[in-house]
Ligand binder design. Sequence first.
Ligand SMILES: C[S@@+](CC[C@H](N)C(=O)[O-])C[C@H]1O[C@@H](n2cnc3c(N)ncnc32)[C@H](O)[C@@H]1O
Length: 199
Amino acid sequence: MPSSAALAEFMCSHIPITPSVRVVEIGAGTGRLTQALLKNGLSAQNLCIIELDPAMYNFLCQNFPHVTIIQGNACHLSQLLPESWFGAVDCIVSGIPMVNLSFENQSQIIQACLGTLSPQGKILQFTYGPLSPLPSRKLGLSQKRLGHVLMNFPPATVWQYTKAVSPSGGRKISRIKDLKQQSLKQFQRLKKHPFNNNF
Ligand SMILES: C[S@@+](CC[C@H](N)C(=O)[O-])C[C@H]1O[C@@H](n2cnc3c(N)ncnc32)[C@H](O)[C@@H]1O
């Protein structure tokens, strides 16, 4: 079922579209989101589409002749995208029905996406269920529910995912540094007093 204009507009409203912003759309289907992205000012040269289905791919090529459209599986994103896009993608919008995929498949797609996103980059995904369509924690993602769009069949919820940053990451590093320093001191004392293990 093609996404509604309302769902496409809602997703676009969460992408700060500037002349330099780069967007990748995975699983574009009939191109409803593509159309909205272009209508909202995204330059065709800053949009790249990955579509698995050959018939959908041909349909998209006919309807969006100025956009780069690649037929392939999003789990091979890093091999499919132009090299200059690596680490420079601001947003990945996904129409892929993630809930229907195995964890392994989800993980392949998400790791490929994280590899191409810029440090502040994000993934937008819609789903028809009430819960996150991706197991964020297991996939190393932070999730945010952006909202619910009733004017879609079926009504859809939009989620935003970014690379998770461990809150204890900084503390862990300083703990490792402390332990390294302690071991070094012990080693130096041991060198000075090789027969005294009493410290
Ligand atoms: C639900 S449809 C997208 C709906 C789209 N928003 C629209 O309005 O038409 C999902 C699309 O994802 C594509 N797809 C599914 N798995 C994919 C994958 N691993 N890589 C790329 N495209 C995929 C399907 O071929 C299909 O065209």
